[in-house]
Design a protein around this ligand. Sequence first.
Ligand code: G1P
Length: 272
Amino acid sequence: MKAIIPAAGHGTRFFPASKVIPKELLPVGRKPAIQWIVEEALEAGVDEVIIVTSPEKSLLRRYFTEEPIWYERLQNKAEAKAALEEVDLLSKRIRFVEQAEQLGLGHAVLQAAPLLKGEDEPILILLGDALVLSSTPCACEMAEISRENNGASVVGLEQVPDEKVSRYGIVAGKKLENPNVLKLTGLIEKPSLEEAPSNLAIAGRYLLHPRIFKLLENTHAGHGGEIQLTDAISSLLQEIPVLGFQYPGKRYDIGNPQGYLETLNAFAGSKS
Ligand code: G1P
């Protein structure tokens, strides 16, 4: 299985802290946020991760590039050296692609398509600013739901209150046997409360049939003038089943100061 981590956004919700340091590199415990996400993907059985970044975020690429000088510097520092080795092992599984213009999440995902030609398994997409704290990694649970349903595409969901509906992609669907799984019948990006078919929001994790790339190529700018992944998934479910999965973990948004603080508090006791 392959994964894509879109991490090309300018991070303006965290300005000025994210002017130079990509928000995905902010520390959560002793690791940068994006390392938790890469590890989640690998735990779910992914063998290659494609990070979509932007030309201004070269530090992301640098973090996942082996720098031999560090092994000389850390000769007598066993703990730091072991931590470095962990990162360098991850780096071997990571490739980068750039999104030159900020044309939306769908457009960011589409930039990874040339590296995934011929792929026939569902592709895991993990948003670079969403950390999920869960006893079983969220991506593992999504992969399991897909396997149990003949390789169906799966969109990770969470319930949101009325006042937050317009900040998310919102889905409509029919309940299946498992009360946490829906067969999706529609998706709409950032609807008003009146337009929203439910309170179930798309929540940072997707497992999508590679057909999504062809559909993204034909997706016009939608909400906010951007090419929306949500709109391409709406087209996908006209062709093949797409499930929604209300995953049990809790999602944290590291993309703004308040969300970042909550992430630090949540991860402090549990993992890092
Ligand atoms: C993106 C998606 C949206 C989803 C949200 C949280 O929006 O477009 O459908 O609900 O992530 O996963 P963004 O937060 O990038 O505006």
